[in-house]
Design a protein around this ligand. Structure first.
Ligand code: ZN
Ligand code: ZN
Length: 348
């Protein structure tokens, strides 16, 4: 009781000391005491920053697993709330959050991968797959405006430096970034792009799929077999990459696959390919049918919370959770900078 009345007296003294609104300073002079009276925007800024930090801590404490975790569901739903409130778009708290997560990811990548594959989720639909011998990036983009990208130049180039090659699914700017492609090419690393993209820029930037039939590329220098399937987002070429690493694990990435006619051959992918992990855009058309076509041992969705879309098409984490729950399909749902270490299930 005594403590409560002392606190009230203390806070009242501050309230009396606050200047009247006409003379109120622009910035809240009492922010450091966590008093926000008269400064609702300043209150919200602090709340957002605190919430981002708590989400980051929770996600680190409960890393991605292929089973349900209530703490992760809560953290990802809280993140949806922040990322669908446009007052938080492009704020310092947002930039700090995504860059802290990417710096954490870079530190983990530098430890390497001893068995299986480590699958890192980047911004939007970008992924990095690290195997014991080879590391590849797919649709690696910094996000945000060119003048102030979400992921800083120094971080994105350090991340790119850990990779041996990059594969681009299609020409949209949330998947294809020429500045990053040129960085790979300049270091002698191959960049595989869809038909018609970045023609004649650098010999290391190549369009391997030129007809509408699948191609298989033995990437001997990368200890990798790459199969490219001729997908589409509406009428746009959208390469679907199947990467088979030296340890026999195959990971498929669908880019922005969204096309009714392609479903006829997607239905049959599992006849000729044994897919361990399917990296699937979370808003693909015919989601259950597409998953059945690839028949992966593990699903990992991507493309949630694309911040350049309006909030109705940012595709919240909770929506993916609800879609996969309704389908009864297990999914490893990750946020930016998280890692799932996949090792094939033991055969009896
Ligand atoms: Zn697209
Ligand atoms: Zn996209």
């Amino acid at each position: 009781m005594k403590h409560t009345s002392l606190l009230l007296a203390f806070l009242s003294a501050f309230a009396l000391a606050l200047p009247v609104s006409a003379e109120r300073p622009k910035d809240n002079p009492y922010e450091k005491y966590l008093i926000f009276w008269g400064y609702p925007d300043n209150y919200l800024d602090n709340q957002t920053r605190m919430a981002f930090q708590e989400i980051d801590r929770t996600l680190r404490a409960y890393p991605p697993k292929n089973k349900d975790c209530q703490a992760r569901r809560m953290a990802l739903t809280a993140l949806d709330l922040l990322l669908h409130d446009t007052r938080n778009d492009k704020t310092p708290a947002f930039y700090d959050f995504i860059n802290a997560r990417m710096a954490n990811m870079l530190a983990d990548m530098q430890k390497g991968c001893k068995k299986g594959v480590k699958i890192y989720k980047l911004y939007n639909d970008g992924f990095i797959i690290q195997s014991p011998k080879t590391t590849v990036a797919i649709d690696l983009v910094p996000g945000g405006p060119e003048t102030h990208p979400f992921i800083s130049d120094s971080l994105i180039y350090a991340i790119a430096g850990q990779c041996d090659a990059m594969f681009i699914s299609h020409a949209h700017g949330d998947h294809a970034n020429l500045r990053i492609a040129k960085t790979f090419a300049a270091r002698g690393k191959r960049v595989i792009v869809p038909k018609g993209l970045w023609t004649g820029i650098d010999p290391n930037i190549e369009q391997l799929l030129v007809a509408d039939t699948a191609v298989v590329v033995p990437f001997d220098e990368l200890n990798l077999k790459l199969t490219i399937l001729p997908g589409h987002q509406d009428d746009m070429y959208n390469n679907i990459y199947l990467m088979t690493f030296a340890n026999g694990i195959t990971v498929a990435h669908t880019g922005d696959q969204y096309n009714e006619e392609d479903l006829a051959w997607i239905d049959r992918v599992h006849d000729t390919h044994r897919v361990d992990v399917l990296l699937l855009n979370c808003w693909v058309n015919a989601m259950p049918r597409t998953i059945a076509g690839f028949a992966p041992k593990q699903l990992i969705t991507g493309h949630e919370n694309e911040m350049e879309h309006s909030i109705d098409h940012r595709e919240a984490y909770w929506m993916t959770m609800e879609k996969t729950r309704r389908m009864g399909i297990g999914n490893v749902l990750m946020s930016w900078g998280e890692c799932f270490h996949y090792t094939p299930p033991k055969t009896k």
